[in-house]
Design a protein around this ligand. Structure first.
Ligand code: MG
Length: 167
């Protein structure tokens, strides 16, 4: 059984994860327009993963007998200064999401809600991976910028990412 506060916070996270998907889809569109089809493909995979995150919260609220309420999704930015600015924005966004998950963990503790606390453990671990992945991509992009062929090689490698449904 979810408290009203917890239900509201979990509904807020459904919105945040859906916004993440929307943001990454907008980044995919930008990268595509810049001719970086591999990076665009990578970002589309990222967008799909975020929808899976949203659905995990959606299912959890239902399983706990709560009520899912969907709010409007904020319009994401449509332009960035450079591909590098996109990946810097990914890392910054994932750090922000880590903070949101941390807030939920703290609320679960305050409410003595052990089921939600246990549910959130997957997301705590996932955010470590998300930040590591975003930082790794950014580092590879920075290295690639040092050679003339670097960006197209980087783009080709980015295009190899495949979607795997998280367990
Ligand atoms: Mg997420």
């Amino acid at each position: 059984m979810l408290s009203d506060r917890m239900q509201e916070a979990l509904n807020g996270q459904i919105n945040a994860e859906t916004y993440s998907s929307y943001l990454y889809l907008s980044m995919a569109a930008y990268l595509h327009s810049e001719g970086l089809s591999g990076c665009a493909s990578w970002m589309r995979v990222q967008a799909r993963e975020e929808l899976v995150h949203a659905m995990k919260f959606f299912d959890f609220v239902n399983e706990q007998g709560g009520r899912v309420l969907l709010a409007a999704i904020e319009q994401p930015p449509s332009d960035w200064d450079s591909p590098r600015a996109v990946f810097e924005a990914v890392l910054a966004h994932e750090k922000k999401v880590t903070g949101l998950i941390g807030d939920l963990v703290e609320l679960a503790r305050q409410e003595d809600d052990q089921a939600t606390g246990a549910f959130l453990e997957w997301f705590v671990a996932e955010q470590v991976e998300e930040e590591e992945s975003a930082a790794g991509v950014l580092q590879k992009l920075q290295v690639s910028e040092r050679s003339p062929e670097g960006l197209s090689e980087f783009d080709a490698r980015m295009g190899q990412r495949e979607f795997h449904a998280p367990s």
